[in-house]
Structures are given as C-alpha cells and as structure tokens.
Write a protein that binds this ligand. Structure first.
Ligand code: IPD
Ligand code: CA
Ligand code: CA
Length: 261
C-alpha cells in the first residue's frame, strides 16, 4: 500500500505546488487564525477520490470533510495540506500527510514536504526513509545542546492548556526553539535528526498519524506528557530522539503558567 500512498501524496503535492503563490480563495474555519484555502479542498478531494477508487471499503478521516466509515479495519488519516497558514502567506513550509491505520495500529505513514520535494515514508517495523534513504533520530542526551520545535493551536486565545509557559521554559533550557508551522514536518525533522524534540498540544489525528510512525521507525519516542504511549488521537504530543525525552517531560510538567495571553 505504501506505493499507493506515495503516489497520491505526490499528486496532491503537485496540486499544492501549482497553487502556491497564485490567487486562491481563503475562508475562515473556527476563527480568523484558522484558515482553509481552495487548494486544501482540492488536494483533499483528489486524495479521497483516489482512495475510494483504489481501496473501496477503506474508511477515511480527512481534515476538511470529516470521517467516512469503511466496511473493514483500514482507515486513512489525511491532512491534505499541513501548514495552511504558511501556504496562504507565501512561506514555503507545508506538507501532505497521510497515514493508514489497521484497527488501532498505524501501519504506514507518508509526509511529503512539497517545496523541498522531500518524501518521508515509514511502514510498521521497517524503518523510516527520506527519498528512499534510511533516516535515524539524532544521538544526543543533552537538552542544553538540543534544538527543539513546537507549534501553537488555533484556539490559543481561549485554550487554558496553552503552550506559552512551556515555550518560555524550553527557550532557556536548550540551544534553540523553532516554530515551523507544519506539525507533520516537525515530526519528520525529529526523525531525520535535525531536531531532538517536538512538543505540541491540541493537535488532530491528521497532524499526528503519519509523523508519529515516521519518528518511531527512525528510532524515536512519541508519548503524552506523562510519558505514556499514545494513539494519533492524543491531545498531548512529545516526539523525541529518546535521549532528551525525560528532560523534556520534566520541563513540560514543571513549567509554571506565569505567562498570560
Ligand atoms: C496546523 C499545523 C501547525 C500546528 C497547528 C496545526 P494545518 O495544521 O500543523 O504547525 O501548530 O496546530 O493545526 O491547519 O495547517 O493543517
Ligand atoms: Ca494540520
Ligand atoms: Ca490541513
């Protein structure tokens, strides 16, 4: 199945690349921070048509159109354009993220970083790859020399579990913190050994499903903020190289909510 996922992720990537920098419709979803463009919708439509044609009976959970139950145990979890704010504002960091779950287990994940033409792939128990070359998390146990990445939810103004206090604590505990704007790419950079760790709250399964498997298959660790194993539906995500996992958990759980926004 991975070859099919790759084929459709790249096809969706072409649609996105073609639309980039052009005039496209933008709508607000829940608020003016949370955008959807006609390119998100076009990408999702194309991916769903492909799945329905080639895998009738498979369920689909896709960001813009919700869930369609299948008749068996396979479910595709689809983010047709991860990094919509970047895309809409002309920042070339965005991706297509597609995972397949068999029952409760993710068996395959593909993230296509569109503008870098970087294809991250993983199948359960078979390793993680970037454009066909095996990738591994970075060997580093020292948070002080680590570079981390995070993101913020669209409901940050209302969400009490906001990420600001954690962000402030990490800023003074590691080498640098980045905020790229595509959670799927954040996971992949952990898998590739660029970042030692990625944390975020309130992500959705389509942000997490493929990236989580890619990190795990690259030798990394993905848990909630208690260090427990999670499904792609978890609202707390800590994805690391393993080496800085406990140090990051400690900071996450000890950072005081002294910042208000
Ligand atoms: C968003 C991106 C961003 C993360 C947000 C996500 P979208 O996805 O992954 O990095 O911080 O929480 O919702 O809306 O661009 O698909
Ligand atoms: Ca997303
Ligand atoms: Ca999206």
């Amino acid at each position: 199945m991975i070859n099919n996922v790759i084929e459709i992720a790249k096809r969706a990537g072409e649609i996105i690349r073609e639309g980039y920098g052009k005039n496209f419709e933008i709508e607000y979803k829940t608020n003016e921070l949370n955008l959807v463009t006609e390119i998100d919708k076009k990408s999702e439509y194309t991916i769903k048509q492909y799945i329905k044609k080639n895998f009738p009976g498979h369920g689909i959970l896709a960001e813009e159109s919700g869930s369609e139950k299948g008749s068996g145990e396979f479910n595709w979890i689809v983010d047709p354009l991860d990094g919509t704010t970047n895309f809409a504002h002309g920042l070339p960091i965005f991706s297509v993220s597609i995972g397949i779950m068999k029952g409760n287990e993710t068996i395959c994940g593909v993230v296509y970083d569109v503008m870098r033409d970087a294809l991250y792939t993983a199948e359960l128990s078979s390793g993680a790859f970037l454009n066909g070359n095996k990738i591994n998390v970075k060997k580093n146990n020292n948070l002080a020399t680590s570079v981390l990445v995070t993101g913020f939810p669209y409901d940050i103004k209302e969400n009490p579990d906001n990420a600001i206090e954690k962000f402030a604590s990490f800023l003074t505990s590691c080498r640098a913190v980045r905020r790229l704007g595509s959670a799927a790419i954040d996971f992949c950079y952990v898998a590739q050994g660029v970042f030692e760790g990625f944390w975020e709250v309130s992500l959705n399964p389509w942000d997490v499903c493929a990236g989580k498997l890619i990190v795990e298959e690259a030798g990394g660790l993905v848990t909630d903020f208690n260090g427990n194993q999670i499904s792609p539906f978890s609202k707390q995500i800590l994805a690391t190289n393993g080496g800085v996992h406990n140090s990051m958990l400690e900071i996450i759980n000890n950072s005081k909510a002294s910042y208000s926004i």
